[in-house]
Design a protein around this ligand. Sequence first.
Ligand SMILES: *Cc1c(COP(=O)(O)O)cnc(C)c1O
Length: 409
Amino acid sequence: MTDSQPARAYRPATTLVHGGTVRSNFDETTEALFLTSGFVYANAEQAEATFTGTEQHFQYSRFGNPTVAMLEQRLAQLEGAPACRVTATGMAAVHAAILSHVKAGDRVVASRALFGSCHWIVSTLLPRFGIQTEFVDGADLAGWRAALSRPANLVLLESPSNPMLEIVDLRAVSALAHAAGAIVVVDNVFATPLLQKPIELGADVVVYSLTKHSDGQGRVLGGAVLGSEKWINEVLQPYIRNTGPALSPFNAWLLLKGLETLALRVQAAQNSAGSLAAWLVRQPAVARVWYPTLVDFAQRQLAAAQMQGGGTLVTFELRGGKQAAFSLMNALRLILISNNLGDSKSLVTHPATTTHMRIGAAERAKLGITDGVIRFSVGLEDVEDLREDLAAGLAAIASAALPTPAAAG
Ligand SMILES: *Cc1c(COP(=O)(O)O)cnc(C)c1O
């Protein structure tokens, strides 16, 4: 295999196309798909040398695979992180990043506004193993300061958060966490590696669901963990090597192809998201809109200080609660109802009855997830078609609210 890595770091759009590419003896243009579970050795001595670590040779695809390694290299270069390991799903990445680092008696502090399964790991799974956990309101620095005034081992947070796009001050929380003895793990799915670089802002570990924008075309699941060479190799790698959340080489290959267009896709969807967010603000049926670059977004300055754009998700609240939300969603013809996000197809979800149903009404109230809230993942369709679809959805709320002729009669 020929390592065709550039001598210097390129800009993100270039890295997304070329980063990590290693060509085989056939000199293929595109990254080769090594759909193999195992590898063979020339002789017994080479096998021994591989296992003792004196020779670099692929051993087994649960530990490493050439196609998977190209994806890891590309993601590491894009993030500006020294090392990366990919996993079969985003949740496998979050789970491995946490469980590889903590043990019984440790303390984990997390922002309350987390992706549903991340919330379950912190609230339900970790305490079973004797790990203390505490949630704080991610936007409240005083809350972080109080929680991190005692020793801690790991901080988990999401910024912007799902679905209310709450911004956590990554620089300030990282400093507080480090002073408490904790590493900071940031779930950076909503920002994507293009719009926010948590490691530059002080975080230690960044996790992704590659299912979202990285594939971005609704085909495969995948996850990634990025951090220092030492932490990835000494803490994470033994955990994932022995517990087996390995990504399929086929899915890694699709993700390599997905990444080639990531910058184009995120830019286009973000342009539409910004335009539609500003338009939604002016619609009478809409009570509130959350989008990081909107003039009246409460954490706009913090978002601008740590993000390069508003992203591809818009959250809005309808005045008419659940009934209005369902009327709008059911009237959409182009925008699809799906709990996925970061796709080329625009998707809406009603968090209170789907992704955030299990956490219960009290926890939803703390997070601001009312029955009128809709999460809108903006895709790659023509923005005017999306606007017309939303307008039809909003019109349907108005007509559903009118008395029917019979009732009026
Ligand atoms: C989707 C998602 C995950 C989980 O990723 P999967 O690939 O579905 O396992 C974790 N965090 C956030 C913010 C997500 O959007």
